[in-house]
Design a protein around this ligand. Structure first.
Ligand code: FES
Ligand code: FES
Length: 164
């Protein structure tokens, strides 16, 4: 019996149809089939959050999701955030740069995708709400203060952009 299945999904606004092994993770599908290496794989056990993406608008661990489970889904990865026309970084990405929210950058896509979900639901979060939302993302080198600053800065910028 074949263990391969055909899936159709949208990633960063582009439609794909691929035949995949039933046990292929979504993280490996994104990285190796679609060559979207921005979704990082750290622990592969749902602990570190480096592989966080949005599936139908909700954050999810790509290492714990099978590609076949994403059949029919609308997925956003960190590559989908940059402005396609101007090439400009998304305000959340820019805030992480400006507020020094990264060093090696391994954890950063996960933090950014989690922040995208947080600020979509709660544009003006308190520090406690930011800490709660980011509690499932781990960083080994930056320390969390500059990440907190980055999220605050992103929230301020997004709010003033939407008020303009
Ligand atoms: S690689 Fe998915 S949570 Fe760590
Ligand atoms: S910036 Fe290196 S792990 Fe977070």
């Amino acid at each position: 019996m074949s263990t391969r299945q055909t899936i159709r999904l949208t990633v960063n606004g582009k439609s794909y149809e691929r035949e995949v092994e039933a046990r292929l993770t979504l993280a490996d599908f994104l990285r190796h089939e679609l060559h979207l290496g921005g979704t990082h794989v750290g622990c592969e056990h749902g602990i570190c959050g480096a592989c966080t993406i949005l599936i139908d608008g909700r954050s999810a661990r790509a290492c714990l999701t099978l590609a076949v489970q994403a059949d029919g889904a609308d997925i956003i990865t960190v590559e989908g955030l940059r402005n396609r026309e101007t090439g400009q970084l998304h305000p959340i990405q820019q805030a992480f740069v400006d507020a020094h929210g990264l060093q090696c950058g391994f954890c950063t896509p996960g933090f950014i995708m989690t922040t995208l979900e947080l600020l979509g639901e709660n544009p003006d979060p308190s520090d406690e709400e930011i800490k709660e939302a980011l509690g499932g993302n781990l960083c080994r080198c930056t320390g969390y203060q500059s990440i907190l600053d980055s999220v605050r800065l992103a929230a301020r910028r997004l709010q003033s952009a939407s008020a303009a």
